[in-house]
Design a protein around this ligand. Structure first.
Ligand code: GSH
Length: 215
């Protein structure tokens, strides 16, 4: 059975959600962030050397990186669900968004978080790079979401699950979300899905699920 090594308030919530969408049985092993540093406990390094979440174990394999985990689950357990058929334009878009979430959307958001957390005295990095990059990406995402209900088209796919984390992270910040109604609606739509709700019930407190209700 799949074991999800789940860190509270983290990207591993996406894996729980995917498994709920597919109706697959799984176990959760819970890990708590250090309250001060927000880092994962070192016990997670016993599962994978980087000690990051998500990581799953299944059939003797250990799989890390949320995109790789999604690919693995969809291929092994999906039976063609939540992924467009290969060789279609939809499949190309699916692969694009699956990689874009962690490869392009998250880096400026993480930089912003670190910048805010450590309160750097010199704001030039933020003004010249981080803030303009966030604007560029989120304007782009807003415009893509004005073309269709979901990232790939009218069908919900696992790429929407992968994209949920950057969008939920953005939705925590009023200045990013207030002027971008499509992103806001996307986040509301995913939060209304029964499988999403079941995943948050099983995964425990997940602050990002409250993103849109807070403002
Ligand atoms: N690109 C990786 C990022 C993994 C990652 O940084 N996870 C965070 C949780 S959202 C983490 O484990 N943070 C705690 C730590 O670094 O100790 C993925 O998508 O799986």
């Amino acid at each position: 059975m799949i074991v999800v090594h789940h860190l509270n308030n983290s990207r591993s919530q996406r894996v729980l959600w995917l498994l709920e969408e597919l109706g697959i049985e799984y176990e959760i092993k819970f890990y708590e962030r250090d309250q001060k540093t927000m880092l994962a406990p070192t016990s997670l390094r016993e599962v994978h050397p980087l000690g990051k979440s998500p990581v799953i174990t299944d059939a003797g394999e250990t799989i890390a990186e949320s995109g790789a985990i999604i690919e693995y689950i969809i291929k092994r357990y999906g039976n063609g669900r939540l992924i467009p058929p290969s060789g279609t334009p939809e499949r190309l878009r699916y692969t694009y968004w699956l990689h874009y979430a962690e490869g392009s959307a998250m880096p400026p958001l993480v930089m912003n978080l670190i910048f805010k957390h450590f309160g750097a005295g010199d704001s030039s990095a933020n003004d010249t790079f981080i803030a303009p990059q966030i604007k560029l990406h989120f304007d782009y995402i807003e415009s893509e979401l004005s073309k269709s209900t979901w990232f790939v088209g009218e069908e919900f796919t696992a790429a929407d699950i992968q994209m949920s984390f950057p969008l939920e992270s953005a939705a925590m910040q009023a200045e990013l979300i207030d002027s971008r109604p499509k992103i806001q609606q996307f986040v509301e739509r995913i939060h209304a899905r029964p499988a999403y709700k079941r995943a948050t019930e099983r995964g425990g407190r997940y602050d990002y699920a409250r993103a849109t209700s807070s403002h």
